[in-house]
Design a binder for this molecule. Sequence first.
Ligand code: 6GU
Length: 227
Amino acid sequence: MRIDIITVLPELLESPFSHSIMKRARDKGLLQVEVHHLRQWAVNEYGQVDDYQYGGGAGMVMMCEPLANAIESLSKDRKYDEIIFMTPDGERFNQSIANQLSLKENIIIICGHYKGIDERIREHFVTREISIGDYVLSGGELAAAIVVDAIGRLLPGVLNDETSALMDSFQDNLLAPPVYTRPADFRGWKVPDILLSGDPKKVDDWRYEQSLQRTRERRPDLLDKHE
Ligand code: 6GU
């Protein structure tokens, strides 16, 4: 899978994909992330990519021309399945959207900045608009990093243990059960006996019960969606 990110702050996106699981995904060739500086499609020699908004009001708007040129230039080399705009007024991101996007071949992600982008880009190029939650960030870059991370770890072969993505919280609309590691007794705080029993069926049942209980207590809204 290939993800092209268009941004005015490429520096913000260097580290998130250069470590741990995202690094492994890229090293293995399972995920290609290319970060593009919008300035290379600036309208003049000053690197201008934004302008005052029509109708007045504070805040700059990202201009049509650089974004259209960026998208069209990238689209010459491959066909994109989705052109995503990161914006607080988009559809709220969740595991289901991550699953859908992980099945795509090529994606462009546009990071919004300033007041946002000219509406005509949204109308004529953008196929999907995503928010990561009900709060405002200073730009779409960190949100894009979250979306790419959530997608990347779902790609076949990225996680060591293929089943572990299936066991995640939210994958079946249940929160994950508690986990423990050695020692079995830390300061008198004991690991539940069942986990030491060596009986995989009992362990599975216990984990499922714990997941249900945890979801009931913390996220009862998820239980309606759990089949
Ligand atoms: Cl995608 N962008 C910005 N700027 N703020 C957000 C967001 C995105 N999602 C939640 N808040």
